[in-house]
Design a protein around this ligand. Structure first.
Ligand SMILES: [Zn+2]
Ligand SMILES: [Zn+2]
Length: 312
């Protein structure tokens, strides 16, 4: 960044948004970042006026950036916001995450709901399976959708990034999974009773940009990785490698895929509901209840008693 000047105010620049070929000082960065998110939201009709938005915040940089930018957009689109944080019961990591989210919610003055997975009869470490990360995803999706439906939110917003989408898209193209690829929408409308619309306002923002933003705004966030997350994500490394060679690749790639997905229309799969809990499912028992049953079998008798209590 030698001698570069901030494009907005002329002071010495500290960062460069390569995709946009713009250098900025720390003071001008947040407004620029927020204007990019606003542009995405309007261009792709991700959020509509007067919507009630449930914002999923884990405490990591991406979801923290999401909550803060939505706060900025709330007055412009007359949105009402509430944060949901899911405590997965992963020891110290979960305790720290919850603390960060509480601090953030207070700072942004957004009401906060914390759901504890243990209240549903199990924790992530109690689930005995090879890929524990997929259990986290299942539990989060289930609890967010359930809370949003019970409390009549219009949409659930998550902090999925350009990196997430680009890696996901490339992996599915390579695997020939067109069906999965077509689920790829910055706004995925509800497709069945009991399923709340999902929105991803940061789908054009890279994780690097999110980090610059939360640091410039001095927002609290947890830099620690979940102890269960895999040591590296090879698909993300690949798309970032391409991005290094061709600035803007990731954003253009996800835009292109979203366009294809939107033009191809939705294939409506037959919808089932879980025989145990009544939530949407792809077979007779939903993925969340399957996890719960797994942890009961593996867990202590005490956990089993709590779990049975929940079923009744
Ligand atoms: Zn500046
Ligand atoms: Zn279920």
């Amino acid at each position: 960044m030698k001698n570069a000047k901030c494009k907005k105010c002329g002071k010495p620049a500290v960062v460069k948004f390569r995709t946009y070929r713009i250098s900025l000082c720390e003071a001008c960065l947040p407004a620029f970042y927020e204007s990019l998110v606003e542009r995405s939201v309007k261009r792709h009709r991700i959020l509509r006026e007067n919507e009630r938005v449930l914002v999923a915040v884990s405490g990591g940089k991406d979801s923290v950036a999401l909550a803060s930018t939505l706060k900025n957009l709330a007055s412009k689109l007359n949105l009402s916001l509430e944060i949901i944080h899911i405590n997965l019961g992963i020891g110290e990591y979960s305790e720290k995450s919850e603390e960060v989210v509480r601090e953030l919610a207070e700072m942004l003055e957004i009401p906060l709901q914390v759901e504890h997975l243990s209240d549903f009869g199990f924790t992530i470490p109690a689930v005995r399976m090879r890929k524990v990360c997929s259990a986290c995803g299942t539990a989060k999706r289930y609890l967010m959708n359930r809370y949003a439906r019970l409390h009549r939110f219009d949409v659930v917003a998550t902090g999925h990034t350009c990196d997430d989408f680009a890696a996901f898209a490339l992996k599915n193209i390579a695997g020939g999974n067109l069906e999965w690829l077509l689920k790829f929408q910055p706004r995925a409308e509800s497709f069945a009773e009991g399923v709340v619309t999902k929105v991803r306002p940061l789908f054009e923002r890279t994780e690097e940009e999110n980090l610059l933003y939360v640091k410039a705004k001095k927002l609290p966030f947890l830099a620690d990785k979940c102890p269960f997350s895999p040591p590296k994500d090879e698909w993300k490394e690949i798309v970032r490698e391409i991005e290094r060679k061709k600035a803007g690749f990731m954003r253009n790639f996800v835009r292109g895929i979203a366009k294809i997905a939107a033009e191809s229309g939705e294939s409506v799969a037959s919808v089932k509901y879980c025989k145990i809990c009544g939530e949407i499912a792809s077979s007779d028992v939903c993925a969340f209840c399957k996890l719960r049953l797994r942890s009961v079998v593996a867990g202590s008798e005490n956990e089993m008693r709590r779990c049975t209590g929940y079923f009744m």
